[in-house]
Design a protein around this ligand. Structure first.
Ligand SMILES: Nc1ncnc2c1ncn2[C@@H]1O[C@H](COP(=O)(O)OP(=O)(O)O)[C@@H](O)[C@H]1O
Ligand SMILES: O=C(O)[C@@H](O)C(=O)COP(=O)(O)O
Length: 413
């Protein structure tokens, strides 16, 4: 038996890697933050979705090692720590500390660090992470509300987060002889950052990395792994008919473009943080009444509730960013859950942290991966609080085409 155990540091990342593994031919289960992996016997990979990207280091380490233990109990014998393709982290973690803890737990001496995701424009060259044609530090990630990324040099970002040596392997070695690449990966213990600028680089890295080395990175590398017995990629899901809702807590550039495109095409409501801060419950009631009017008038049309439409919104509140972000996540989680009570069966959630809050509020424990909407974004089916099944798409901040809030529904058909 060979079961790949993946630990994802946020929920959008979990569906991102789940989709990549399904495409690579793995039968894959995505479980939400809980330790029992019920379907392990019938799958080739299990992804445990955590919400540890921005939690305190100790909490992230505890949750990740608990997930690791559950995966071992389920029979996993190879491990993958999935973090963001833009290496989202703070000065203290959590990429370095979680990698260290997983190395301690597995007994492996080496971890490869491979955030590249070429299909979404994330590439690593000379140890520097690019987003499209810009260095990470010149991309919109520089202004992320929770994990601003102001340095594209991955060695410099990672070194303060880990107690182990950090080194890197350049593109010439990645593109050279496989044996030499394997030797370069394993020659000394530590965390090894690898250059990769297209999928064939990732395929070479996947092929050259021995099974005992801890895999870490974005979903791009996962798409190049090969299961023992490759299966056909997942087919279409059976969508549940019902109302459609988009909740967006993401402040990322791509989401802002999607919000702006959607405002011309569907009823859209911008969260009023001051009103939420002063009278949370009454404001949620008002938003649900507003949505109900639109659903009643046009049952198939989606409605959008969003936190940030422009970069200026990030500065516009009287509260601190942390308070604003907590308020937004709480509000969108409540709106999604009240929406499901009101008949929403097709739901898009934009933002990784936001997805964590919404999925937890809905009591979802497992996601069944379905059709792709865009690279890294998929529909999944999930049971809400042991009640209705809904189709849900967890959209990472910077993924998806500009019109996806109005076109994603077509992929469910
Ligand atoms: N206008 C705003 N002011 C403060 N925080 C915000 C604002 N808009 C969004 N946020 C917060 O920023 C975070 C965005 O993170 P996330 O949901 O992961 O989105 P992304 O996938 O774009 O990174 C969330 O915690 C959200 O509540
Ligand atoms: O690897 C990626 O880029 C995504 O899977 C991801 O983790 C994105 O995070 P959010 O932008 O916070 O959704």
């Amino acid at each position: 038996m060979q079961l790949l155990g993946c630990i994802a540091d946020d929920f959008t990342g979990a569906t991102d890697i789940g989709a990549a593994l399904v495409k690579a031919g793995y039968r894959t289960a995505v479980t939400i933050g809980h330790a029992t992996v019920e379907s392990a016997d019938s799958v080739d990979a299990v992804v445990v979705a955590l919400k540890t990207r921005t939690t305190p280091v100790d909490d992230a380490v505890d949750a990740s090692t608990a997930a690791y233990d559950a995966l071992v109990a389920a029979g996993a014998d190879r491990f993958y720590f999935k973090y963001c393709s833009t290496f989202d982290s703070t000065e203290t973690g959590n990429i370095g500390p979680v990698t260290d803890a997983l190395l301690d737990r597995t007994g492996a001496s080496t971890a490869i660090m491979v955030p590249s995701f070429p299909a979404n424009g994330r590439t690593v060259y000379q140890g520097h992470l690019f987003v499209g044609d810009a260095l990470l530090s010149d991309s919109s990630m520089r202004n992320h509300p929770l994990t601003p990324m102001t340095d594209a040099n991955l060695e410099r970002v990672l070194a303060p987060q880990t107690s182990r040596p950090v080194r890197r392997i350049g593109l010439a070695t990645v593109r050279g002889e496989q044996d030499a690449l394997t030797a370069a990966i394993t020659e000394t213990p530590g965390l090894v950052i690898l250059d990769a600028i297209d999928d064939s680089d990732l395929a070479r890295i996947a092929a050259a990395t021995p099974a005992e080395v801890l895999l870490t990175g974005g979903a791009g590398l996962a798409a190049q792994l090969t299961p023992k017995e490759p299966r056909e990629a997942a087919g279409a899901l059976t969508p549940t008919p019902g109302r459609r809702l988009v909740v967006s807590g993401s402040a990322s550039e791509a989401t802002r473009g999607q919000v702006s495109a959607a405002s011309d095409r569907m009823p859209s409501l911008h969260l009023d943080l001051d009103a939420l801060g002063e009278r949370f419950d009454a404001e949620i009631d008002r938003i649900l009444d507003w949505a109900e009017d639109h659903w009643a008038a046009q049952p198939d049309a989606p409605v959008l509730v969003y936190a940030t439409g422009s970069a200026a919104d990030l500065e516009a509140t009287a509260t601190t960013r942390e308070e604003a972000s907590e308020l937004i996540e709480a509000a969108l989680a409540r709106i999604a859950s009240r929406g499901v009570d009101a008949g929403v069966r097709q739901l898009i959630v934009a933002g990784g942290e936001t997805s964590g809050s919404v999925v937890s509020a809905l009591g979802i424990t497992e996601l069944l991966i379905g059709p792709e909407i865009a690279p890294g974004v998929v529909w999944a089916n999930a049971t809400v609080d042991a009640g209705p099944t809904i189709s849900i798409a967890l959209k990472s901040g910077n993924f998806g085409s500009e019109d996806m809030f109005s076109t994603a529904w077509e992929h469910l058909a």
